[in-house]
Design a protein around this ligand. Sequence first.
Ligand code: URP
Ligand code: ZN
Ligand code: ZN
Length: 461
Amino acid sequence: MPYDMIIQGGTVVTASDRFVADIGIKGERVETIAPNLPADGSQVIDAKGCYVLPGAIDVHSHLDMPFGGTSTADDFESGTISAACGGTTTVVDFAIQFKGQSPRQGLDAWHKKAEGKACVDYGFHLILTELPEGSESQLDGLVDEGVSSFKVFMAYPGVFMLDDASIFRLLRKTREVGALTTIHCENGGAIDVLVKLAREAGERAPKYHALTRPARAEAEATARAIALAEIAKAPIYVVHLSAAEALDQVRVARDRGLAAYAETCPQYLFLSTRNYEEPGFEGSKYVMSPPLREPGNEEFLWKGLRTDELQVVSTDHCSFCMNQKALGKDDFSKIPNGAPGLETRLYLLHDGGVRAGRISLERMVDLTATKPAKMFGLYPKKGTLSVGSDADLVVWDPEKKFLITNKALHSKADYTPYEGRAVTGAPRTVLQRGQVIVKDNSFVGKIGGGRFLRRGTFKSP
Ligand code: URP
Ligand code: ZN
Ligand code: ZN
């Protein structure tokens, strides 16, 4: 029997090609991609009429994370089941070095959270909340262990925010060791003043979260981050870019030939400030940072996705239930920041991006699998379908109707920002390393079956 499994007759889609072929899987890897492979007793999955996509990669999740006076609703088990059911077979989650901890302690804590629970393969970036002068050498060993990207915040003063000097020292270090600095760009100091003024004026509603975090504060921080990276001669990756004027900063930098990269997220493509006007406390569902932007902003992001000003669509999955959001019932500044999204990314991008004619199917694969794999040291094991790659794949039925409701999803959050949105296109079967882990919207894999991925160093995509 030449193959353990054959994915038969589907349209294989990569970042660059689309063709009808069979995929022969042996053990955990793709062995052959060719037409009419002989079954000879292999297990066969009929993929006729479907696309066969590389398993998607989400390089921005927050699982089992203490934040905003509470902890995210999803841990590594529920979060990765949710990811798998939406066609994502790899997550790169943000481990945190809290103040007073060494980078190693932060990382060890996240290994413990994931081991025995993660249901898809996973890696870690490490969030640094302090980097005392002279401590940079502590990062060397981490890169050797496959943690080849770090995250710093220009927002959340007193919690996560790092000063410019520390960010600059990190950038110099990452350049030396081949790692990538990812960065949350919002001017935390200016935002804190605006929040204080709004509270003093008696403004308490969720919409003030957005009104106190202007797009300009994101654009300023984005320009500053890129300038620091330029001086350090290091690459930089802007996370969850939301505002057209922040994108302008990335475009200018890229036009100048700088290694400036950025991701956006579905919430900035499909939602807007209008959502904060929903009745009662519903607007709290959309309290995230950066906030949702004015209607019309999203068209600039779609253009950026088409023209490679933006390289990745990730989710920033950071899920809370409504009783957790209620911590800010009387004060918008106490609403835990974040929303669920791991499971809905491909549904939304396929329906609202590909079917709507905004991006090609190949570009969807590029943005959700290939580019993140290349930049975060996973390619070509992950992020494409080629001989020798891990057999992580999604049999995607482009005509299947799916109604997005929280009931149909698998996150432990008790709402989805996309409740009631009807989409066309859904995963039929999802494989991780040759094993079926999702069948018809049910997780059928093994709890804890995900493996830690030692990622390689940064490569320009
Ligand atoms: O609101 C958000 N984005 N929560 C998660 C933390 C972050 O800033 O990425
Ligand atoms: Zn962030
Ligand atoms: Zn985040």
